[in-house]
Design a protein around this ligand. Sequence first.
Ligand code: TRP
Length: 369
Amino acid sequence: MGRIILTGDRPTGKLHLGHYVGSLRNRVLLQNEGNYERMFVFIADVQALTDNADNPEKVRQNIIEVALDYLSCGLDPEKVTIFIQSQIPELHEMTQFFSNLVTVQRLQRNPTVKTEMALRGFDGGASDDNRRGLPVGFFTYPISQAADICAFKSTTVPVGEDQEPMIEQCREIVRSFNGTYGPVLVEPEILLPSNLVCRRLPGTDGKAKMSKSLGNCIYLADERKEMEAKVKGMFTDPGHLHVEDPGKVEGNPVFTYLDAFAVDSDFEKYWPDYANLQEVKDHYTRGGLGDMKCKKFLINVLNDRLEPIRERRHAYEQDIPAVYEILRKGSEAAREVAAQTLHEMKDAMRINYFDDAALIASQAEKYRR
Ligand code: TRP
């Protein structure tokens, strides 16, 4: 059996460069390498609702944004099944069965859940005015995420490193299910980006993470002008006041982005004074290289990557009904697979009562007089 690749995103906003280098770019490569039996990419609207219950309209509006981002990056619905989580009701049944195999204490130890609870004021630790109760659905979303993965017997889950605890928790659930009921499910492996800087791209403000709530994102859907303005306003080395001053490359997001995006041929094309990024870094560190020159180069590099994405997006935007049709067909195809797995699970749990002729016969025997 070949690899089964699966991954997804919450539809809470448009996707940005952090998503792109952390996962999207990798997915398109995986798709085109073709070294898999099946590949699924899905929009995790049910998960998005676990902390947006009062705002379903936000989730609804962002389904199409994420779908457009997928297609414009080059995901091909002929090769990849693209679907919407809420359209696969089998996932909820699986989640329910898995819940019985997971303890509250184990969920409380999940580092991603801990961080995300604190971020949302769900941990009781926030100040009184933004303290909120913890929704049960949010607390248990790692279980539902395990169902997402298991329903398709995924072997390979390409995600960012913040998702590592989710995959680990899923593996435990698989071991527990298979140990209790029999070998039905498959333990997945995480697939991280090989380029370390891509695992967590900083924001344009230099903060650790690109994130919508911090307002430090460059979106895939940004027009060239918006992207340019954001790069020109980027945080650099605050100690690099004059061109001749030595500059710092570490913690300088302009260089982190170049690490994530620039390839040697970009220098030939846009900055022939240098052969590669190391030469630019050396010059910047010595002093004598201005921020704006580096930023102009970054703009060219980013635009080179983003222009084809933007063009494909514009084309798909002119045929939105076709995009929904892709999602509908993908959801239908995904549902077939999930239904098959659920059936196998219920067989293993011996709760497919009506398929169980031996059960019916033995009960009949027991009560016969
Ligand atoms: N938790 C993921 C995120 O926030 C989204 C997600 C939901 C997911 N279910 C998944 C990712 C299953 C991989 C596999 O980005």
